[in-house]
Design a protein around this ligand. Structure first.
Ligand SMILES: [Zn+2]
Ligand SMILES: [Zn+2]
Ligand SMILES: [Zn+2]
Length: 142
């Protein structure tokens, strides 16, 4: 009986390494490499000074910039308690699209936002003390 002594059918798992510079990632599943390498694609770098965060997805970056640095705009739909929100300037068109579903415009949403803010301020005022100093305009000084 001749025993086959070849292990050419890949019994030993092959270790694949990430070609990325300085990356120590390895796997025994070659198909994982593509996925991993895609994760290296950090095209969307945080624009805040000193921050080294980067993401491979724009929405992830937007969320980070907004949450960590208060960058970018956040839009909130104020129509009828909808409160849909999104991050980033790129979402402006999305907001417009969303608001169109309510049959309102961005300008109208802004008005609703003002109303929501003043309503919140009123609620604060009602529970707090009256506003002390009058916020008068400066007398015109020539
Ligand atoms: Zn890697
Ligand atoms: Zn950042
Ligand atoms: Zn809405």
């Amino acid at each position: 009986m001749a025993s086959l002594h070849g292990n050419s059918n890949g019994q030993q798992p092959t270790l694949v390494r990430c070609p990325g510079a300085g990356c120590t990632w390895t796997s025994t599943t070659p198909s994982m490499l593509g996925r991993h390498v895609r994760g290296h694609d950090r095209s969307y770098a945080c624009s805040a000074p000193g921050c080294t965060k980067a993401y491979n997805r724009k929405d992830a970056l937007n969320e980070h910039e907004w949450a960590a640095h208060g960058l970018n705009s956040i839009w909130i739909c104020y129509f009828g308690g909808c409160k849909r929100k999104g991050y980033g300037l790129a979402n402006k068109s999305r907001l417009e699209h969303h608001l169109a579903g309510h049959g309102i415009s961005c300008e109208q949403n802004c008005e609703l936002e003002e109303q929501a803010k003043s309503a919140a301020a009123d609620a604060n005022m009602a529970s707090g003390t009256a506003v002390g100093g009058a916020d008068e305009e400066d007398p015109a000084d020539e």
